[in-house]
Design a protein around this ligand. Structure first.
Ligand SMILES: Nc1nc2c(ncn2[C@@H]2O[C@H](COP(=O)(O)OP(=O)(O)O)[C@@H](O)[C@H]2O)c(=O)[nH]1
Ligand SMILES: [Mg+2]
Length: 206
């Protein structure tokens, strides 16, 4: 699989800080601590996103421009479901994400990261519901699969299958520790972008 190169092009705390909608955007969403930053670093081949043992650190929406077969923007959404911040601040995040997803015609896919050990928790179901009402296409990616023995993984997948909305894509399984599923994820995203864009759109971005 060809290497991707990514660079941070915007860190947005408010809507007027979003970059122009030049490239197709793929947003990464999930609970705090799900392994989002680790995965982004691995995909982009550089320690560009902060990995942290204590959840809830990313408060901004970060936009990474990725040089791949087709150029695109990887959008790092702040993790949700972290209780230790106060309510006013949580509302501010929710509003920012809500605004982003509603106004963004360049947003073509939301990658919903779910910890393989825990499956869909209440917040994940809320996220799926919310994406559905927004008409957003989503892909489920299970993270940290290295934490589950290989012999048990199929049983976990069967257990979770019934909780996934039928219109959601995936699931794919990844690990940032042993790199399981990384090439599959990259391949999937490349095909998805390829499928979504027409010839003129591709000419405009590349
Ligand atoms: N075992 C294992 N640990 C992981 C994996 N990905 C992330 N972690 C750990 O989980 C914690 C949170 O990771 P981070 O990427 O910062 O999560 P984020 O809050 O979703 O951005 C860190 O301690 C990581 O080292 C993985 O695939 N396997
Ligand atoms: Mg993070």
């Amino acid at each position: 699989m060809k290497k991707w190169h990514g660079k941070l092009i915007a860190t947005s705390f408010a809507k007027d800080q979003f970059p122009p909608e030049k490239y197709p955007e793929i947003a990464f969403a999930g609970r705090s601590n799900v392994g989002k930053s680790s995965l982004i670093n691995l995909l982009l081949g550089t320690k560009i996103a902060k990995v942290s043992g204590s959840p809830g650190k990313t408060r901004s929406i970060n936009f990474y421009m990725v040089e791949a077969k087709n150029k695109f923007c990887l959008v790092d959404l702040p993790g949700f479901g972290y209780a230790r911040r106060d309510k006013a601040e949580r509302n501010k995040w929710a509003k920012l994400i809500d605004f982003y997803s509603k106004q963004r015609s360049s947003l073509i896919l939301v990658v919903h990261l779910v910890d393989f050990r825990h499956g869909f928790l209440e917040n994940d179901i809320l996220l799926q519901n919310w994406m559905k009402t927004q008409g957003l296409q989503s892909l489920v990616v299970f993270t940290k699969v290295d934490k589950v023995p290989t012999t048990k993984r199929l049983n976990y997948l069967k257990k979770y299958a019934g909780k996934m909305f039928p219109e959601v894509l995936g699931p794919l399984c990844v690990s940032s520790v042993d790199k399981t599923g990384l090439d599959e994820l990259k391949g999937f995203l490349m095909s998805y972008i390829d499928m979504k864009l027409d010839k003129t759109q591709k000419e405009n971005i590349n």
